[in-house]
Write a protein that binds this ligand. Sequence first.
Ligand code: 5GP
Length: 116
Amino acid sequence: MSQTTKTLFQRIIDRELPASFVHEDEHCVVIKDINPGAPLHLLVVPRKPIARLIDTTAEDQALLGHLLLVANKVARDAGHGEAYRIAINNGAAAGQSVFHLHLHVLAGRPLKWPPG
Ligand code: 5GP
C-alpha cells in the first residue's frame, strides 16, 4: 500500500506517525486517543485496514472477536474492568472521522446513555 493511500491509523501502525501504544499483537494495536473524551480513552485498531464496521464480512469474525477481547484486556489492565464503554462509529453521520475500523474504549468518568 503506498503512503498516499494509507489511513492515518495505518501510518501509526507502520510507525510513520507517533502514538502512545499500550498494546500490540499480530492482529491489532491499541493506542491512546490524541483527544481523549474520558480519563481512559483508547483505540483498538486492527492491522487489517477495514474502513468501517459495515465493511466487515464473515471472514473477519475471529478478528472482531479478538478486538473485543483486547478491549476487555486493556480496560481491565487500566483498572477499569468494572465500568467501561466500547464504541464504534460507523460512517461520518455517526461520528466516524478516521476510515480505518477502530473500537473506542472509554472509562474513568460517568458515561451517560444514550451518547450524544
Ligand atoms: P472516530 O471519530 O473515527 O470514531 O474516531 C477517531 C478518533 O481518532 C478520535 O477520537 C480522534 O481523537 C482520534 N485521533 C485522530 N487523529 C489521531 C492521531 O493522530 N493520533 C491518535 N492517537 N488519535 C487520533
